[in-house]
Design a protein. Structure first.
Lengths: 288, 418
């Protein structure tokens, strides 16, 4: 099925019920500005990327991992996908490796022989990037330390916070010696009490990396995509009509897309053998 | 705290305070004094400060410049300060949220213009006087114009109502000793049974309207809430008195319930308030005073007295509301008369006050079974009806009805009293 050319069709993953409210809101915002827009929801990023590259949708709201796969699948076909727009909050994230405050672990090398709690197997922020960081610092996952996965909602690429929270709980329950979470969630877990006050210590922080983007397939109608990009970048947090949508989607402003922030993840995908260079899923026991 | 000594931009030293313990409050306060695009230096010693500052600024739409990326001169630290962690470049989202916001009137309703005639539905549940962010959800409040709900003197009525609340457990001495002949006790129980069903109606009628009142009309909402709580107490104390001597409750008739149902069926707030408060509860006041005077025991006397105090306020609110309505729209008087007539037509074929209630009132006024006492009791009960009529007429005249019309409208009032 190829999408018709008069309407820009976007794919998004239904990682939470609020996703419907978000895209319905965007649909009417675009309609009020003369852009015919529709969206298709997928239950997981793998199906979304495959459908996108098969031409079922023009644009996809992709997780960073979905971006990597889209890029590889396109390349394998001699094509090129483009990251056109992202949220201000998608830029310069970091992940942290946390230990209990009273732990004897003082340096990364102290993690040797320990058990590290991570998020879902497909979470860039709570699994892939931190594991790659540890590898770069001399510790091979599964060899130098045990990895304890917290697979919540596979295929959602860690958008669901549940896996990270379970990793955090495992640390506090003594079932792991360290846990990997995104910087903002470290603060959130402190505020909600998952991490009791003063009970954790940040052992290490990764370099900054980027998160989601709107990925455009090579088959997408250029004029519609350009209008879509203009309208997104024109959204202002000052406008009370769009502010609730921006609050729901968690941003204050849209930014032009950039891809330098995905290098760490690209490396991690190779190291963990998550996808091969052609975008084929190669990680074992991945359920989505 | 903030200083401008060593840099053209201010710096804040939050010492060892972390974000999980409120650091953002101090940073927000300092940012509020900066213009969009200006820098604020953050000094601090919490080990997680850099990690949390990054996450917080990202979510708030502020840019961040890390101290290590700056020339050494920019991060000079004297021995008294915590190390400079980063510079925040203030984003514009903070002010953006409040662009297009509105102040939802003023808190004090006595100030001119404090209460909006037609408050926007998007003001929703906001406190009157609050600054309301634009783009909020559209609420539905059926009673959303001042003309529909407001009453003269309402702030004063609310203060009085709040001050006059009483506790059924302590306001009445339930253990006071008294002995009544079984038939007198039965008469009390029958009257209490009748009062309870009337109070159920008086509770439900305002309860049906309160959820429709725009909360901008705060005093109306509060007064109705107290009125509902008053009726809840009345239901309690009348029930407790009825059961005090261990007997069963009395009778409930079709005629009585049909009359009360017409009150619940009235969909218009003003008309319901007229029928219930001005005509119904007004007549009830006479009845409660009658019971206070002729009660055979101190508990019945006390519950009637306490209920009468509350009902007097309900009547005052009804009167105040109608006076306000009539001042805005003189045709209101015709609508009121028509409503009384409609209710009368609907009740033409019903029995009105149940015979057992009237007989019980006669017996209570008589106090005993001698011929003379019964004759006197009967005459007092008849006089009660005349007093009810006279007081109704007085209230109608006060509202602006001509004397003859007042008499005609009063005569249409239900024989069930409420």
């Amino acid at each position: 099925m190829a999408a018709d050319t008069g309407t820009l069709v976007m794919g998004a993953v239904a990682y939470d019920p609020k996703v419907v409210a978000i895209w319905e809101g965007f649909k009417s915002y675009f309609a009020s500005r003369g852009l015919s827009f529709d969206y298709v929801l997928y239950s997981n990023y793998e199906r979304q990327v495959e459908a996108h590259l098969a031409g079922h949708t023009h644009v996809a709201w992709n997780s960073p991992l979905a971006w990597i796969r889209a890029e590889r699948l396109a390349q394998a076909r001699g094509q090129k996908v483009e990251a056109i727009v992202m949220r201000d909050t998608d830029q310069d994230l970091t992940s942290v490796i946390v230990v209990r405050a009273d732990s004897t672990i003082r340096t990364i090398s102290d993690l040797k022989g320990k058990r590290i709690a991570v998020g879902a197997v497909d979470s860039p922020q709570a699994t892939l990037i931190p594991l790659s960081y540890l590898r770069a610092n001399g510790l091979a996952p599964g060899v130098d330390f045990d990895v304890s996965y917290h697979d919540v909602l596979g295929g959602k690429h860690g958008d669901h916070i549940g896996g990270e929270r379970e990793a955090a709980r495992a640390l506090m329950a003594g079932n792991a010696d360290a846990a990997c979470v995104i910087d903002g969630n470290h603060l959130l877990f402190l505020s909600e009490g998952t991490f009791p006050a003063s009970a954790t210590r940040i052992l290490a922080q990764t370099d900054p990396y980027d998160h989601c983007n709107f990925t455009v397939s090579p088959l997408a109608p250029r004029e519609l995509v350009e209008r879509f990009r203009e309208l997104l970048l024109g959204m202002s947090y000052d406008d009370p009509k769009v502010r609730p949508l921006m609050d729901l989607e968690g941003l204050k402003a849209w930014r032009d897309g950039r891809t330098e922030g995905y290098r760490a993840l690209d490396r991690a995908v190779d190291e963990e053998n998550f996808y091969d260079r052609q975008g084929v899923i190669t990680v074992p026991n991945y359920r989505y | 705290m903030t200083d401008r000594v060593s840099s053209p931009f201010p710096t804040i030293d939050i010492e060892d305070l972390g974000f999980e313990r409120g650091a953002h409050l101090l940073i927000k306060r300092a940012l509020a004094a900066s213009a969009v695009g200006e820098r604020l230096g953050i000094r601090g010693r919490d080990p997680a400060l850099a990690v949390h500052l990054r996450a917080w600024c990202r979510a708030q739409g502020h840019e961040i410049i890390w101290a290590e990326s700056l020339p050494a001169a920019d991060k000079t630290t004297d021995w008294k300060s915590s190390p400079l962690v980063a510079w925040i470049v203030r984003g514009d989202a903070l002010g953006g949220r409040w662009r297009g916001s509105e102040q939802a009137g003023l808190p004090n309703s006595l100030v001119d213009g404090a209460v909006n005639d037609h408050p926007p539905l998007t003001w929703g549940l906001a406190a009157r006087g609050a600054r309301v962010e634009a783009g909020g959800p559209q609420f539905f409040f059926g009673l959303n114009s001042k003309e529909q709900v407001w009453a003269e003197g309402i702030p004063r009525l609310y203060v009085q109502a709040a001050a006059a609340q009483w506790d059924p457990a302590t306001a009445i001495d339930w253990n006071q000793p008294f002995e009544l002949a079984p038939e007198i006790e039965s008469a009390v129980v029958q009257v209490m049974t009748y009062l309870i069903e009337n109070e159920n109606a008086a509770l439900l009628v305002p309860a049906r309207f309160i959820a429709q009142v725009h909360p901008h009309f705060r005093e109306v909402m509060q007064l109705l809430a107290i009125q509902i709580a008053d009726e809840a107490r009345h239901v309690e104390v009348f029930t407790r008195r009825a059961l005090l001597r261990g007997g069963d409750l009395g009778l409930s008739t079709v005629g009585g319930q049909t009359s009360l149902k017409t009150l619940l069926d009235e969909p218009d707030f003003t008309l319901a308030s007229f029928l219930l408060s001005v005509l119904g509860e007004g007549s009830f006041l006479n009845l409660l005073w009658f019971l206070q005077e002729h009660a055979p025991d101190p508990v019945t006397r006390r519950v009637a007295q306490l209920a009468a105090q509350d009902e007097a306020r309900h009547v005052a609110f009804g009167m105040g509301h109608l006076q306000y309505q009539i001042s805005k729209d003189p045709n209101t008087l015709e609508r009121l008369a028509a409503a009384a007539d409609r209710r009368h037509q609907a009740l033409t074929h019903t029995a009105g006050l149940n015979e057992e209630v009237f007989d019980a009132l006669v017996l209570l006024a008589a106090g005993e079974w001698s011929t003379d006492a019964i004759a006197q009791g009967f005459s007092k009960a008849e006089k009660l009806k005349e007093e009810m009529d006279a007081d109704r007429r007085a209230r109608l005249i006060k509202l602006g009805f001509p004397v003859n019309d007042a008499a005609a409208v009063s005569a249409l009032h239900t024989r069930n009293f409420m």
